[in-house]
Ligand binder design. Sequence first.
Ligand code: SF4
Length: 398
Amino acid sequence: MSKADAGQTGSVPHREAGHWDELAWVERDLFRDPDGGIYEPAQSRSGEYREAHVVMSRGCDWGCHFCTEAIIRAPGELRRSAHDVIEELAWLVGQSYVQRIHFVDDNVFPQIAVSSRRETEALTWTTEFLDGVTKMREGGGLDLGWRGIMRFEDFLKYEERVDGWLEKLAGSGCKLLAFGVESGEEVRRWHLKGGAVTNEQIEGIIRRLAEVGILSKGYFIIGGPDEDAATAGRTIDFARDAGFHLAYFALYKQFRAFVEVSRKLDDGRERGSERETHRRKYATFEQLREDFGALILDCRTSTEAENAFGYPYSSRRLEEAHRAMHDLRKAGFAFRGLFKYNDFHSDMDVHEEHAEVWTSGREGRTRGFLRTVRRAYFEFYARDAFVDIYRRLTKAGY
Ligand code: SF4
């Protein structure tokens, strides 16, 4: 029986990467949206492409201090064979007419720059993957494209080791690469995630990618120990000026602390009333549901801008923001399309957090934090330049 007849192998949760290839691929049209329609493959924003999500690996060998991967999924990454991935892509293209793949791995390629990584193995996997997708595209005359996320450090090492790295990426149909930048300040970035990539190196990577037609997305964090309006401001400025085509501003949360507390409550090292245990074990967050579009369009004066975004934008800047929002709406852009897990602490001033999320100043934590988050989205999205970028993104199948 072919593996494409999904559901046949029995899903044993293997812990060995090699065993993964024996498992069935996911029958994506089993998943339904709330209205009963097929959830995936989904149409791209322009309606031109069909997109599916594919997982090639689990876990991560990096150890960013804000991330739970290293403490939950140790020991490090498990990855399917490139051969199995290519076969699944061919199956998706043949059976579901998929033209865009979103790889939802923590790292789209093996993490070659982590010291514990075997370089040859990483290079072999990546070369096999890129060659395989390129052949599929060329052989079938397919407009197959993909996107994924990786670390800058890995990118630089691949660029050093693989001849024609950028051209190979573009030739394999890479449309967009995302990177965790986290902060616009180098020292702060180093504290958050280790590694030692400079702002100049980041700008260079984004520029070189753009030269071969690959778009880029930056993931940034707002909040965290010692973060205040000034440090977050430098992150916002860097996100806007470094050349990224998309930016996501995650709201800092102490997930590792929650995992640790949860484990202590589970194994009895800490105890409390049922109510207290539940509160500490299951941190609750709300989704940030603010309508940024309306917020921007409703803002008419510098005073209103300062109240909403923490910055007294000039009337000229507000005019540009309004123009951009109207044009973006016409092009189908909506802020809610950006947010999938942008949960936040709506009552930071009331509950004690495991660590400071925001250095509040006089205005109170929640208010100051929210104004900065709004400012981040205002600065990056509500500008004339982003209107063209958005058109390029949707054309590319985003
Ligand atoms: S590289 Fe990404 S997945 Fe890996 S530890 Fe850092 S944030 Fe987590």
